[in-house]
Design a protein around this ligand. Structure first.
Ligand SMILES: [Zn+2]
Length: 293
């Protein structure tokens, strides 16, 4: 199809990357990404995907903008308070890049609609804030063979994992059991620094762009953990569990069901399934022993 003069100007700084080039840009313009949650993570991821020229971006969120969202959910402005998040997301993303299509999906994502919602998209980004949705999106992506970029953030800590169905560990391989209700603090109760959501949200977009462009190495089998207090990243090596209920050799999950557990937040990275190990990306700061065993 070829790029227009305006497209060449808009995307020039990424077009000159040999890994992108005109063919990569055309690939992005023809690609689609679904973002689950227009919150702190989804806001940032959506902005970068729109700016990069991902041709179709779907945003699922049923909530409206509240004043307490604005310190981290940078898709939304003060004037958007009370508006559906999908509406303000659509306005903001379209003003950033009017040549992409933004689909506002103001629905409650559940077992009855998740498969249909993600079916048209090339890559899924889960920035949701609760465990039932995370397990549901994970299971739906594995069953539909869709690459999923999973992330979470609370207080000063963030986590990120890219899931390539039946090739790398899925969320359920890493955290087989949902936490007990009330065991994990949510952002609402525990707080979160907006910039931490920004760090992890940017990485979500980065992973999705890599996947869509087919460049580099996706963050599969490596749970990336960000400690916002020390600004240090570490990786927890995880592996696919052949006994996993959804991606294992004899899966027990064939239908999508919503767990009854409503709690949200982050599962601690030291609660990953047995057989994992920790690798510190900055080896000069690595302790001699790890409490991750
Ligand atoms: Zn699995």
């Amino acid at each position: 199809m070829g790029l227009s003069k305006e497209q060449i100007a808009r995307y020039s700084r990424q077009l000159i990357l040999p890994e992108v080039g005109p063919s990569g840009q055309e690939r992005l313009l023809g690609a689609s990404a679904l973002i689950v949650g227009a919150g702190g993570l989804g806001s940032v991821a959506a902005l970068y995907l729109a700016a990069a020229g991902v041709g179709t971006i779907g945003i699922v969120d049923r909530e409206s903008v509240e004043l307490s969202n604005l310190h981290r959910q940078i898709l939304h402005a003060t004037r958007d308070v009370g508006r559906p998040k999908t509406t303000s997301a659509q306005i903001r993303l379209s003003s950033l890049n009017s040549e992409i299509r933004v689909k506002a999906l103001q629905v409650s994502l559940g077992p009855q609609n998740v498969a249909d919602l993600l079916a048209p998209y090339d890559v899924i980004l889960d920035g949701s804030d609760n465990f039932p949705t995370r397990y549901l999106v994970n299971d739906a992506c594995v069953l539909a063979n869709k690459i999923l970029v999973h992330a979470g953030v609370v207080r000063f800590e963030g986590q990120l994992l890219t899931i390539i169905p039946r090739q790398s560990a899925c969320f359920r391989c890493v955290f087989p059991e949902p936490p007990l209700p009330g065991a994990i603090p949510a952002c609402q109760a525990a707080g979160v620094l907006g910039s931490c959501a920004g760090v992890i949200g940017s990485l979500m977009a980065h992973e999705a762009l890599k996947v869509l462009l087919g460049i580099g190495e996706p963050l599969g089998n490596r749970l990336l953990v960000f400690d916002g207090k020390t600004s240090r990243f570490r990786e927890v090596l995880v592996r696919r569990d052949l006994g996993c209920g959804v991606c294992g050799q004899i899966p027990t999950i064939h239908d999508l069901i919503r767990s009854a557990d409503p709690c949200s937040g982050l599962l601690p990275s030291d609660s990953v399934a047995p057989g994992t190990e920790v690798v510190f990306t900055d080896v000069t700061n690595a302790p001699s022993t790890s409490h991750y065993g």
